[in-house]
Design a protein around this ligand. Sequence first.
Ligand SMILES: CC(=O)SCCNC(=O)CCNC(=O)[C@H](O)C(C)(C)COP(=O)(O)OP(=O)(O)OC[C@H]1O[C@@H](n2cnc3c(N)ncnc32)[C@H](O)[C@@H]1OP(=O)(O)O
Ligand SMILES: O=C(O)CCC(=O)C(=O)O
Length: 392
Amino acid sequence: MSNTDDYSKNELMKFIDMKPLDIEICDVTLRDGEQTPGVAFTRDEKIDLAMELDAIGVEVIEAGFPVVSSSEKEIVKEISNLGLDSNICCLARSVISDVDAAIDCDVDIVSIFIAMSDLHLKFKYHKSCADVFSCAMNSIEHAKDHGLKVRFAAEDGTRTDVETLKKAFIAAEDYKVDYVSIADTIGILSPATTHYLVSEIDKVVNTPICIHCHDDLGMATANTLVAAEAGAKQLHTTVNGIGERAGNASLEELLVALRVQHGIERYDTTKLTGISNKLQEYSGLPIAVNKSVVGKHAFTHESGIHVMAILEEPRTYELFSPEMVGGKRNLIVGKHTGKKALKGIVKNLGYSLDHDELCDLILKVKNCTEVKKGLSRERLETLIKTVQSHQE
Ligand SMILES: CC(=O)SCCNC(=O)CCNC(=O)[C@H](O)C(C)(C)COP(=O)(O)OP(=O)(O)OC[C@H]1O[C@@H](n2cnc3c(N)ncnc32)[C@H](O)[C@@H]1OP(=O)(O)O
Ligand SMILES: O=C(O)CCC(=O)C(=O)O
């Protein structure tokens, strides 16, 4: 675990009137994450990711959608029986046979979903809202009769009439559902509308609320955090934010945001870079260098003014330390390097240059990085030796 000096807390939070968050994470990498076009994890990869998520301290792992295939069903069952601390969940349509598959898998929680938006009723189910709702309630009743915890998930919930959504969740409470889920299936929410919707649902239900955000507008993590601030309990994430289309709220971003904004330190964030690397390998999907938290550039610095300050105190230009997320700092030399930064970097490499040598070196660095991208450590060392021999 990292220590608490590893990051700057957002001190502005003290001006915001808010109760401490009561949240849990449900990571859906193995289900919605695997719905990323072209992605299919092997059994070993799924088990490894489940164990990593458990080690991070994620409370719920959505292990899959058993009716997708017989091997999917076997893997969900195997994950359920690994003896992890995390509760294991799986997805089911509002269909009795899907719930039976979940029961066979020994999961703790089944997420039974149905869409009640006009678009989905008209163009997907060709049924009335009352009809699909009754399928959902039958399935919920069946799951509860078999001792499962149930999440009732409103697919396309953010394009569903708010009064319909409220009524459905209130009615579901009569069936003793354990969670109600607002799914932003097509990623239409903004922080303001997330706050509104979660608050409205929170006014009428006593059941814990889940939020499942997609990233079509690049706001999935922000919306998930706002949902928690508005009263949502279960926050859905995926590693590296993978998932349908633009993906889901990212686990690494959310866990670090919960720490920086709300002081929630119980998750082992030091494992985030490791799980991100594994996910890239298993999914075949490399992340962008500037990806928050786990991207190659998350702790890479070139600008002279930044590097000179970082050499003295990294928190000047880093919100949190690389160690906190299992990453590494990288100070590079390039077009934007200044003398103070260069002096520090050269010293870190074990060389000592006098003032003239340093001035000579900075000129050479600027000359050869004007149109090139950065300078390798080997090339820098060659230049250092050149300026040293010139001075001799
Ligand atoms: C927002 C989400 O992420 S939803 C989850 C999306 N994930 C997936 O689709 C996982 C991959 N899917 C699959 O492997 C397959 O589509 C399966 C196994 C789920 C179903 O396969 P099939 O039996 O061949 O059905 P098919 O895909 O053709 O059609 C889906 C059927 O499920 C119905 N359905 C869809 N969602 C629901 C629901 N929540 N509750 C009840 N029925 C539903 C559809 O209306 C359709 O019914 P129909 O056959 O009567 O028209
Ligand atoms: O709300 C949920 O638990 C899942 C729904 C989902 O995957 C979606 O609508 O994108």
